[in-house]
Structure formats: structure tokens, C-alpha cells
Design a binder for this molecule. Structure first.
Ligand SMILES: Nc1ncnc2c1ncn2[C@@H]1O[C@H](COP(=O)(O)OP(=O)(O)OP(=O)(O)O)[C@@H](O)[C@H]1O
Length: 316
């Protein structure tokens, strides 16, 4: 994967072991364990109500777990919240600012909370808000507000930033702009924990992700690793104008070859598509309209839980 290089293996910034939390009769976290390494973008993905925000708020020291251990930069957040506040940036799901506060005033105010703040003028530039410096919060677009929240999460010069439901309600263009900003944050070495219920966002941005469902982690790996672990074939489809595709069935990884007229579907696992393509070229069998059905985290979620995450929202 393209992002692997920046992760310094073995340097855990966050370590969560067997985290448990109940609200009355409701078990919200039921033995959640994960680690986040230095420089990683780590996704916590799951449907509404899965327990993502509760988990992250326990990690931030905002809620007390009923069981389990949490270490952030080696410290227990429940006991060392003040120390960690200086090193951890948080963009909460429902952040609100007064409508008449100007962009620069918000940044200047937040910078004053930290002993070693970043230069907020540079952050304005980085977040693409330099021409909105004097704009009042109430006049910003949804995307601009989210970029301001990211800037506010970074203004204390944190080593770890938590970004919760970043792009909910944004149009596709604004989502892309926000994603580009997060890619850029990665280059500064900040470890990012991204809470999301958008599969595509996690696939695009995260080095690794935990899929949370009903208070448990049902998968934890790179997005590609989670998808590859699904125990199901995928298909390549093409038009074959000459030759007999039956022999393709003997290739490694191929499970089935079907032909309807000149349309051929080959199903298989692993790297079968590369093997099939090479065999077609070797035997001078010309193909056109080649398509390989890409499996996504959506497919993985369905395979793992038996239901879609949120078909409406995950495609918006
Ligand atoms: N303070 C609370 N008291 C009682 N129940 C709560 C409290 N906070 C959250 N819950 C419940 O705990 C469950 C998990 O909520 P949580 O906000 O952690 O989920 P989430 O995965 O972040 O969902 P969303 O994507 O909707 O924010 C939900 O059923 C929620 O209603």
C-alpha cells in the first residue's frame, strides 16, 4: 500500500487492551483491543451506535471505562488528562463555535490554550483557509468549517490527532478537499485516529482500520488486508474474440470459467487475475472490455456481519 513507509514499526502511540463500557443495561464496548503506531492514520469504522465515539472518548480520557487498560503516549488518560491534553488534538463530532467568531480569532484563542502552539497563520495556509481569515464562523461553508476544526485540532502541535466523523454532510468535492488535507497532515508526522462510518473514506486514507460492530472489533488490518481476508471469490469479465477459455480453469487461483457467447467470466481468489491475463497474452487470445470486480470494505462488512453498514450514506 502506498502509505506504509511512514509508519515506524513498534512505536505504539496508543495501546488499548480489553476495553469495556456499559451504560446501564447496554454493553457499548465489549472487550476492544487495538494499538496505533507512530505516524499512522488509523481508522475506527462502524455503523451508527457501534461504540466508536465511546471508545475514542475513553482513549481521550473524557469517559471512564468499566474495564481494560488504555495507554496514550505511555500514560493512562484517565489519570494524566492534563498532560495528554498538550499532546493530543481533538476534533469532536459536534464541535460548535459562536457564529460571530472570526476564523483567525478562533485559531488565536485555541492557540492560547497550549504551551507550545503551532503558528496558526501557517495552519490557515495549510488548511486552505488563508482567504477566510476574517470570515465569521457562521458564514463558512460546511467544508470550510470542517477544515477549521481540523486546524483547531492541530493548533496545539499535537503528536496525536483524533478526527471524528469528518466529512458527514459534506458534498463530494468538499470531502475530497478534506481528504487531501489529512494526507498532508500525515507528512508532518502526526498520528491520526479517524473515526468514520464511511467505508470509502477509510479505504482512501487509512493505513490500518478496526471495524467495530456492536461494541466489538470484527476486523483489524489494512483496508486491503480486511478485504482480502473475505472468504469469497471475485470475478474478472471480458469479451473473447478468438480461442477457447476452458484451459484457464486449470490456472492457480481460478475456481470457475463460464462462457456465454463471446463473454467470459473467470472467478477466483488471490492473484488469479494477473495469472489469467498473462495466460491470455501468452496464448494470443485477444480480449476486450476487461473488468475486474473490485471488492470493497462494504463487501467485507457484509461478509463479517451479515448486513450492510449503511448503503445510503456510504455511497453519498
Ligand atoms: N452517555 C450515554 N448514556 C447512555 N447511552 C449512551 C451514552 N453515550 C452513548 N450511548 C449509547 O451507546 C451506544 C454507542 O454510542 P457511540 O456514540 O459510542 O456510537 P458511535 O459508533 O460513535 O455512533 P455514531 O456513529 O452514531 O456516533 C449507542 O447506542 C448510544 O446511544
Amino acid at each position: 500500500m502506498r502509505h506504509r513507509t511512514r509508519i515506524l514499526k513498534g512505536m505504539a502511540v496508543i495501546e488499548v487492551t480489553d476495553l469495556r463500557k456499559r451504560y446501564g443495561d447496554l454493553t457499548v464496548l465489549d472487550g476492544v483491543s487495538f494499538t496505533v503506531e507512530q505516524g499512522e492514520i488509523f481508522g475506527i469504522l462502524g455503523p451508527n451506535g457501534a461504540g466508536k465515539t465511546t471508545a475514542v472518548e475513553c482513549v481521550q480520557g473524557l469517559r471512564r471505562p468499566d474495564g481494560g487498560t488504555i495507554r496514550v503516549l505511555g500514560l493512562d488518560p484517565a489519570e494524566h488528562r492534563r498532560t495528554l491534553c498538550e499532546q493530543v488534538g481533538v476534533q469532536l463530532q459536534d464541535t460548535r463555535l459562536p457564529d460571530n467568531l472570526k476564523v483567525w480569532e478562533a485559531l488565536d484563542l485555541y492557540a492560547s490554550f497550549y504551551p507550545r502552539p503551532a503558528d496558526w497563520r501557517q495552519l490557515l495556509e495549510q488548511c486552505g483557509l488563508h482567504d477566510r481569515r476574517d470570515t465569521r464562523f457562521g458564514k463558512l461553508s460546511g467544508g470550510q468549517k470542517q477544515r477549521l476544526f481540523i486546524a483547531l485540532a492541530l493548533v496545539g502541535n499535537p503528536r496525536v490527532a483524533f478526527l471524528d466523523e469528518l466529512t458527514t454532510g459534506l458534498d463530494p468535492q468538499a470531502r475530497r478537499t478534506t481528504w487531501a488535507l489529512i494526507e498532508q497532515i500525515r507528512t508532518t508526522g502526526v498520528t491520526v485516529v479517524l473515526v468514520s462510518h464511511f467505508m470509502d473514506e477509510v479505504e482512501e486514507l487509512c493505513d490500518r482500520a478496526a471495524i467495530v460492530d456492536r461494541g466489538r472489533i470484527v476486523a483489524l488490518d489494512t483496508p486491503a488486508g480486511i478485504v482480502d481476508a473475505i472468504d469469497a471469490d471475485h470475478a474478472m469479465r471480458f469479451t473473447l474474440t478468438a480461442g477457447d477459455p476452458a484451459d484457464l480453469a486449470a490456472l492457480p487461483g481460478v475456481s470457475r470459467v463460464t462462457r456465454t457467447g463471446d463473454r467470459v467470466v473467470v472467478t477466483g481468489r488471490g492473484d488469479f487475475a494477473t495469472t489469467v491475463t498473462a495466460a491470455l497474452a501468452r496464448h494470443h487470445m485477444p480480449v476486450s472490455d476487461l473488468r475486474i470486480d473490485k471488492r470493497t470494505l462494504d463487501d467485507a462488512f457484509v461478509a463479517l456481519t451479515g448486513r450492510p453498514l449503511d448503503p445510503q450514506e456510504s455511497r453519498s
